[in-house]
Ligand binder design. Structure first.
Ligand SMILES: Cc1cc2nc3c(=O)[nH]c(=O)nc-3n(C[C@H](O)[C@H](O)[C@H](O)COP(=O)(O)OP(=O)(O)OC[C@H]3O[C@@H](n4cnc5c(N)ncnc54)[C@H](O)[C@@H]3O)c2cc1C
Length: 446
């Protein structure tokens, strides 16, 4: 252990050390785990040292933490080594080349902030303290996904520390199989130390906010979503939300981001505004970076939470019925069902062009419950599971980043769909002993 410490520029933390508790904890407090050691690398050399240490010590269990948002608790562990990337955060934007380089521990908000200073953007997720490392390696949905594609669709290259401790550059021309696999294969192949993105020009001001109707309008909201989604312009992102906070009011409506030309916004939003008189309407011109931060504090998943997820390709009557008839509030929890929209440019990429296969999805359906941490979680989790039995038959696979940790190894594997065989080849080559296994795991076959 002393030898490992002497080889690090960053920190090695044991249970008694200051900073250990903060490192081991992740966003969801339900995961209360105690790694044997935490390494906080400051750069690539430390990462190579940490990975080699784990490999040489009988393939010690490795948990990689970037933003700590893994809903199934994969970025912390009991007994093994947590590699906490929080000291490895840096974003550099080249406004002339319209590219952004992001180190592997950075948070989404850092890239949004730096890029928007030059009126440049790339798709990032909807909560600014999510990690680039986890979000991007799994795909990367967000308010600009339909407009500019998934985050992975905008990657130009990556650098990865692989299981053998080597630093490998991967791009369409160098190590293309690794580059392909990292774009949807999650943390299976190593730790990405650098992401290079293509950035797009976009005005700072967008039209954003929420429009919410009484829950009695839920059927209309869902039907509109099913009918309008396939036709709406790429510049419009509509994330459907059904919400029942403790004590109410229960509502259904949309989170909106319109990132196109301002004079076309009214036409794009007309069907939504035509739904009737809203209970709440905060849609207006706003700063894109402020919109990206707007969910940071009130996201119910910041309390103890439980979530299911699955992609839907349409909104058939049976699914509308299942949602309307079974969604219900409770005095001790917040109940939510979000549909994070897909389609647009995301859907114009072939399922095998990157490791992320579910290009035909209309939306990612995410029912969740949140409760005060410390109170009994069982009834809330049981309710969500029961709710899910009505919804799951309408799903087609799930977003690996929202894996709830309950799927069988076979389901996790088959969820990679047409890409499983090639992904297994890439895994066999770069991580044959499955050092990186706390993820939607691709099991090596060598
Ligand atoms: C509040 C909230 C909002 C969300 N919103 C969105 C959204 O808008 N769009 C969306 O697409 N997803 C969203 N997600 C899901 C999100 O993509 C995943 O939870 C993702 O894993 C978070 O990344 P992280 O770095 O914060 O997670 P962590 O828990 O730190 O890491 C999760 C896993 O990612 C891998 N990983 C992390 N860093 C690296 C790296 N540098 N190299 C290789 N692998 C790495 C590891 O396998 C690790 O176990 C959301 C989740 C939450 C909790």
């Amino acid at each position: 252990m002393a030898d490992l410490k002497s080889r690090l520029h960053g920190r090695l933390l044991l249970a008694e050390d200051e900073g250990y508790t903060q490192a081991r904890r992740i966003l969801n407090p339900s995961f209360d785990k105690y790694p044997a050691l935490v390494v906080q690398p400051t750069g690539v050399a430390d990462l190579q040292t940490a990975v080699s240490f784990a490999r040489e010590n009988d393939g010690l269990l490795v948990a990689v933490k970037c933003g700590g948002h893994s809903h199934s608790g994969k970025s912390t562990c009991d007994r093994g080594m947590q590699i906490d990337l929080s000291l490895f955060r840096d974003v550099r934007v080249d406004p002339y080349a319209r590219t952004g380089r992001v180190t592997g521990g950075s948070l989404l908000g850092q890239l949004d902030h730096e890029a928007m200073a030059h009126e440049l953007v790339v798709t990032m997720g909807t909560v600014s303290h999510t990690g680039v490392g986890g979000l991007v390696t799994g795909g990367g949905f967000g308010r600009l996904g339909r407009h500019f594609g998934l985050a992975i669709d905008n990657l130009l290259s990556v650098d990865v520390v692989t299981a053998d401790g080597e630093l490998v550059h991967a791009s369409p021309t160098e190590n293309p199989d690794l580059f392909w696999g990292v774009r949807g294969g999650g943390g299976n192949f190593g730790i990405v130390t650098s992401f290079e993105f293509r950035l797009h020009p976009m005005k700072r001001q967008v039209l954003g906010g929420q429009i919410m109707f009484p829950i009695s309008k839920a059927r209309d909201v869902l039907n509109l979503y099913g009918e309008y989604s396939p036709e709406q312009p790429d510049e419009l992102q509509l994330d459907l939300v059904m919400i029942a906070p403790p004590g109410g009011p229960e509502m259904a409506g949309f989170g909106v981001c319109y990132s196109g030309e301002a004079n076309k916004a009214d036409a794009a939003l007309a069907p939504v505004l035509g739904l009737g008189t809203p209970m709440m309407n905060s849609i207006g011109a706003m700063d894109y970076v402020a919109l990206q931060r707007s969910g940071d504090t009130d996201d119910p998943r910041a309390v103890a939470g439980y979530m299911k997820s699955g992609f839907v390709t349409e909104m058939p009557k049976g699914l509308v019925d299942a949602l309307v008839e079974n969604f219900e509030g409770h005095p001790d929890r917040t109940t939510i069902c979000v549909f994070q929209q897909s389609g647009g440019k995301i859907a114009r990429v072939s399922p095998d062009a990157t490791a992320f296969a579910q290009r035909d999805a209309m939306a990612n359906m995410l029912p969740s419950v949140g409760w005060a941490f410390g109170s009994n979680p069982d009834p809330h989790i049981a309710w969500c599971r029961e709710f899910w039995t009505h919804l799951e038959p309408f799903t087609h696979g799930f977003y690996a980043n929202d894996d709830d940790g309950e799927a069988s190894a076979e389901n996790v594997a088959s969820n990679y769909q047409v890409n499983l065989e090639r992904l297994t080849d890439v895994k066999n080559r770069y991580d044959p002993k499955n050092l990186f296994r706390l993820n939607a795991n691709i099991v090596p076959t060598v």
